[in-house]
Design a binder for this molecule. Structure first.
Ligand code: SF4
Ligand code: MSK
Length: 635
């Protein structure tokens, strides 16, 4: 492939050049080879929901204007889009279900290696869910909380428990338009029913169900995942760590965990510190065992244990190309099938672990929560035994690595700002009210080879910091910020406007707050609820000077996230438009009219600087509506 730089990250470019020289194929090459991508797919006007088709609508009006069944471009685009919501919500929610399962069997003493580390969070959840706590063992309480969470998935009527955390006004909007999710699984199934041939043909009505299922993700499946992970693995607290491919070590056994569910990665932390295995590593000539992470499972063990980050989504193949990874262990989500062939060029062992995610020609070691620690130790042993096979001449570890602070939560913000004696959000609200802070923006989501790796995340983040906007971040965007040095307190001086700088200096926090993995966007929702409860900034999330952005998204999970963000009242700007532009009316609805329903809409803007302008304009309009003072340090 051409060696035109694919990333703003030097470590990524260094390994990409190596890949070019060695004619090793990566995602960037496969993207180039795929171009031009299918225009019908990009516009969302192809349908294969029945075998009278596949059908495609001619966007220029020269060919068919409906499918064989008569479905219009708007109907087809809406059906395709909400099917993406269904897949995304299913992924997050199934993750949440797995965590509930782990908590349940851990509470019954049936697991090896787990314990309940977040007692305070468990007790708060028990109170919220009407689970009795008096004179009961912590395991009994955990058992009942897990069962109650399980029930949320299969519930057939009523309202999901955590939707009651939303401000009253928001709940009323959801009720009025029948958006309130009844049960997590039910809403996903209903999408699949409604998008079957000849069922729901009104694009607005189709979107209504998309919203309901997405809310079941954000205020259901994802929120359950976050909360129960805090119960099982402990509440994250700000922690220092290091990121980028430079965290791999030439003289240690390198194990990279990749995927999403911390049930596996968290126990790997324990296993990699096992004395016997460390001794074995020494016998094999290694100085130690180095655990590092890719994608969201990395975020999970980063924020709870300070485990280093090897990279984000587009760096998964590059980690293997360093030649220094002895074992890459994967669970679910965002794992490229290409890893299997690539690993064959090196000594790297790729090991799949989830019965839900197997790969041809990849060794599978099935993970079970019941046998978690012994299985994790077995995998570490495989890595150690593979270390002597490392081909020294193929090892190229970039020097680049960067310090970071990760692990901010909605709960921690109380202490960060309020101090030891008075936990409160007041200083945060006051900073916004006084105009020292313009507002806050969540920048989240993936990488996508359509956009220079990490570039849009960083340009957008820096442009907003300059305008005194506090940035909170999760997922691969958080990892992009980490590698660029935006997650350290010192970044405030370099990148933030004067008002944000003053706050960061007073509190000692970075201007970009790492809030975890993709499921932890639920933490951002809780921050907004807490801000509203503190008072002085309106009554609903849509009143707040806040916004969200996913500048480099690629996954269906991002579609679900976008929908629950907007349906919660948060203006959301996407760097790549939804594949719906072939349906003029649905595009118009999503980017404009939707605001009349939920108080927020989507923006599509590939240029991060223009996206920042749109967002700042939005924040200023919200400030004006709240009659807040002008921002303290001007434009
Ligand atoms: Fe074509 Fe309609 Fe069948 Fe879709 S559902 S493939 S538009 S006939
Ligand atoms: S891992 S969903 S590439 S953010 Fe959550 Fe990154 Fe997107 Fe996967």
């Amino acid at each position: 492939m051409s060696d035109k730089e694919k990333s703003v990250d030097p470590a990524t470019n260094e390994i990409m050049n190596l890949a070019c020289k060695g004619e090793i194929e990566t995602v960037f090459d496969r993207y180039e080879e795929m171009e031009p991508e299918c225009g019908f797919g990009q516009l969302g006007v192809c349908c294969k929901n029945c075998v009278m088709g596949p059908c495609r609508i001619d966007p220029f009006g020269d060919g068919p204007t409906t499918g064989i069944c008569g479905a219009t471009a708007n109907t087809i685009a809406a059906r395709n889009l909400v099917r993406m919501v269904a897949a995304g919500a299913a992924a997050h929610s199934d993750h949440g279900r797995d965590v509930a399962h782990t908590l349940l069997i851990a509470s019954e003493g049936k697991t090896k290696g787990y314990e309940i580390k977040g007692e305070e969070k468990l007790l708060n959840l028990a109170k919220e869910m009407n689970v009795k706590t008096d004179k009961r063992k912590i395991e009994e309480i955990a058992h009942d909380v897990a069962e109650k969470c399980f029930a949320e998935f299969g519930q057939q009527h009523g309202e999901l428990q955590f939707t009651h955390r939303a401000p009253k006004k928001r709940q009323e909007i959801w009720k009025k338009f029948k958006f309130t999710p009844r049960g997590i699984d039910r809403e996903i199934v209903e999408i699949m029913h409604r998008t079957n041939i000849g069922v729901d043909n009104d694009y607005v009505n189709i979107l209504q169900q998309g919203i309901r299922a997405a809310l079941g993700d954000g205020w259901g499946g994802s929120m359950i995942a976050t909360d129960l992970q805090d119960v099982l693995f402990g509440m994250p607290k700000p922690i220092r760590a290091v990121s980028n491919l430079g965290v791999l070590k030439a003289d240690e056994v390198n194990i990279v965990v990749h995927g999403h569910e911390p049930t596996l990665s968290d126990i790997m932390v324990t296993a990699s510190q096992d004395k016997e295995l460390l001794e074995l590593a020494k016998q094999k000539g290694a100085k130690g065992i180095n655990l590092a992470g890719i994608c969201c499972t990395a975020n999970e063990i980063l924020m709870r244990h300070g485990i280093p980050i090897a990279g984000n989504f587009l760096q998964q193949e590059l980690a293997v190309i360093t030649g220094a990874v002895d074992l890459m262990l994967v669970d679910v989500q965002c794992v490229m099938p290409a890893l299997s062939k690539l690993a064959g060029c090196y000594h790297t062992k790729v090991v799949s672990t989830s019965p839900k995610a197997k790969f041809p020609n990849v060794e599978h070691v099935e993970f079970s929560e019941e046998e978690a620690l012994p299985i994790a130790k077995k995998i570490v042993r495989m890595a150690v035994e593979n270390y002597p096979k490392r081909k020294k001449e193929l090892v190229n570890i970039p020097k680049d690595k960067m310090e970071l602070v990760a692990g901010f939560t909605a709960e921690y913000v109380y202490h960060m700002l309020g101090g030891k004696y008075r936990a409160t959000y007041r200083p945060l609200n006051d900073a916004v009210i006084s105009g020292r802070l313009r507002g806050a923006v969540g920048i989240v989501g993936c990488n996508n080879p359509k956009i220079k790796h990490d570039w849009a995340h960083l340009e957008l983040t820096k442009a907003l910091l300059k305008k005194d906007v506090l940035v909170v971040t999760t997922g691969c965007s958080a990892l992009a910020s980490a590698k660029a040095g935006l997650l350290i307190p010192e970044a405030a001086k370099k990148y933030a406007g004067k008002g944000l700088q003053e706050i960061c200096e007073a509190v000692g926090c970075p201007p970009v707050l790492h809030m975890g993995a993709c499921v932890d966007i639920s933490r951002i929702l809780m921050v907004l609820c807490n801000v509203l409860s503190e008072g002085g900034l309106g009554e609903d999330i849509s009143d707040l000077p806040v916004a969200a952005a996913a500048p480099e998204w690629m996954s269906e999970k991002a579609v679900s996230i976008g929908f629950y963000a907007v349906a919660s009242g948060i203006y959301t700007v996407l760097g790549i438009p939804f594949p719906i532009l072939g349906g003029k009316e649905i595009t118009d609805f999503i980017t404009d009219k939707m605001e009349n329903v939920v108080g927020a809409k989507f923006g599509f803007e590939p240029d991060p600087i223009k996206a920042a302008d749109l967002i700042v304009k939005h924040l200023d309009a919200k400030r004006k509506a709240l009659k807040l003072k002008p921002v303290m340090y001007g434009e």
